[in-house]
Design a protein around this ligand. Structure first.
Ligand code: GRF
Length: 238
């Protein structure tokens, strides 16, 4: 079966791009990274892509007076390379509705929070400032509002009581490197559909249990949780 042709758009380090390249390097991978595109000429990720024999292109946004012409240039590169799916991976330019609509349901992004919570920048510092017990990361189809769009896959990452933004970022990043290749695989295998702006996934399971943070050592000691009937559950939830 033909492999889905992917472009990864980066602006910097490119560790998620690296995870995608590595995931696509096996013989049975259903996708191939056909292009890495950066808006920053010396983005560190470009080197890794080149060393792995992946075509790269730099389109420096500073050379364009209009956002539209910058995006048109990107789109024409993607079309020339016959790209079927675009993965944003730390691409630090906001994309206009025109671009997003052109690539609708063929454009995905990874964001380092459990969307729709903590959209935007500095997510880890804000998660800690709010005292949230869980953070995580999300891969989603892109819509024109920032960090929004149908969610494909998420990983929940417990926030440690002594976390700072850097330590939390490190653990979330490890989870990012796991879920982005999984999202790509799901799409490349044709298991993802977007219906009414919600994602449906063929043949996926939901983990059976919940996770409690902090763990105060009582799990396993408590009597088994009461099973409520539907009506009782509704009352308790109100
Ligand atoms: C990641 O945290 C990603 O979630 C966010 O930007 C960061 C990019 O990191 N969108 P990298 O360039 O993939 O290492």
């Amino acid at each position: 079966m033909a492999r889905l042709k992917i472009a990864v758009l980066i602006s910097g380090r490119g560790s998620n791009m690296q995870a995608l390249i590595e995931a696509c390097s096996t013989e049975d991978a259903p996708a191939e990274i056909a292009l890495v595109l950066s808006n920053v000429p010396d983005a560190a990720g470009l080197k890794f892509a080149e060393q792995n024999g992946i075509p790269t292109v730099t389109i420096d946004h500073r050379k364009f007076s209009e956002r539209d012409s910058f995006e048109q240039k990107i789109s024409s590169c993607l079309v020339d390379a016959k790209i079927e799916l675009v993965c944003l991976a730390g691409f630090m330019r906001l994309l206009t509705a025109g671009f997003v609509d052109t690539w609708r349901d063929r454009l995905i992004n990874i964001h380092p929070s459990l969307l729709p919570a903590f959209k935007g920048l500095d997510t880890h510092a804000r998660v800690i400032a709010e005292g949230a017990r869980f953070s995580g990361c999300t891969v989603h189809f892109v819509r024109s509002e920032m960090d929004s769009g149908p969610i494909i896959i998420q990983a929940a990452v417990p926030v440690a009581l002594d976390d700072d933004a850097d330590s939390l970022a490190r653990r979330v990043l490890e989870a990012e490197h796991r879920i982005y290749p999984q999202a790509l695989r799901l799409i490349a295998e044709g298991r993802v559909t977007v219906d009414n702006d919600l994602v449906r996934i063929e043949g996926a399971r939901t983990p059976a249990s919940s996770v409690i943070n902090p763990d105060i050592g009582l799990e396993g000691q408590n009597p088994a949780p009461t099973t409520f009937t539907a009506m009782e559950t509704r009352n308790h939830g109100d």
